[in-house]
Design a protein around this ligand. Structure first.
Ligand SMILES: Nc1ncnc2c1ncn2[C@@H]1O[C@H](COP(=O)(O)OP(=O)(O)OP(=O)(O)O)[C@@H](O)[C@H]1O
Length: 255
């Protein structure tokens, strides 16, 4: 299933937040959204997930969700959102219980997503026993359990330290290589965007408009840490954003 944003504009009262955003998210691609603070990235993600409706424009689902899909548009949050009293396994089984899936079928799905996220040995652990990176892997496993058509990832690595971020980026790439998933991935971190994005959408300062869509052809597995080609793309992205990021920053300081 592909997703198409068709002419999305939005205002909160007097504040115009997004203007005329049109964008295709193709199945099997990771699309990163970057842009200055407050330009409407998270708002756009909420429209994609159907949590809110835009003032104008449409979010279209093209084609059918994958077989066995329980929730076509599934979020992965920055703060993991795990239930502390449930084990790793229990956090994953919860979303399946919500869809009436129990017993052998649930066990099969849980075993699969634990294996894909390399968490099999941690099934019985409680969230408090896990590092931040591991908690986010559980959140990703839980999202995968519902076989989403598109994962909506709102700064999923930003609560983590830089080494853990690097490790989790490697994990996400390995996960995608084993079985491609589709994601819209909001980040402030341009290094993350060039490592993970097939397409990087640069939004302007509020009202967010698309300034440029940068496509990276290099496969995810070929993209290494401190890759000079990716550093060039990162520089280009920063050149596009620098002045507006500064202006957005100063606007926040003046509030
Ligand atoms: N429910 C709301 N009501 C009113 N204004 C809102 C609401 N949600 C967001 N906004 C405003 O819309 C603008 C865009 O917010 P949003 O969180 O989407 O931006 P963002 O690009 O994700 O920001 P950041 O990069 O800082 O996370 C901001 O000015 C924000 O204050």
């Amino acid at each position: 299933m592909d997703i198409r944003l068709d002419g999305i504009s939005h205002s909160y009262g007097e504040t115009e937040v997004l203007r005329d955003i049109s964008l295709d998210v193709a199945s099997g691609q990771i699309v990163c959204l970057v842009g200055p603070s407050g330009c409407g990235k998270s708002t756009l993600l909420r429209f994609l997930g159907g949590l809110e409706r835009p003032s104008a424009g449409r979010v279209l689902q093209l084609g059918t969700p994958p077989e066995g899909c329980l929730n076509p548009l599934t979020y992965v949050f920055q703060d993991f959102a795990l239930l502390p009293w449930r084990s790793v396994r229990g956090n994953i089984s919860l979303v399946l219980e919500d869809h009436g899936i129990r017993g052998a079928k649930a066990e099969e799905i849980i075993a699969d997503v634990l294996a894909r996220t390399k968490l099999t040995d941690f099934a019985k652990a409680l969230p408090k026993q896990l590092s931040g990176g591991m908690k986010q892997r559980v959140a990703i496993a839980r999202a995968l359990a519902v076989k989403p058509a598109v994962m909506l990832m709102d700064e999923p690595l930003s609560a983590l330290d830089s080494q853990t971020r690097e490790l989790l980026m490697d994990d996400l790439i390995a996960l995608w290589e084993r079985q491609p998933f589709t994601a819209v991935y909001v980040t402030h971190n341009l290094a993350e965007a060039v490592r993970l994005g097939h397409k990087i959408v640069v939004l302007s300062r509020r009202p967010g408009q698309i300034r440029e869509v940068v496509e990276i052809k290099k496969t995810l597995s070929q993209r290494g840490y401190a890759d000079p080609e990716l550093e060039q793309v990162q520089k280009h992205l920063w050149n596009l954003m620098r002045d507006e990021a500064r202006a957005a920053d100063e606007e926040l300081l003046n509030v």
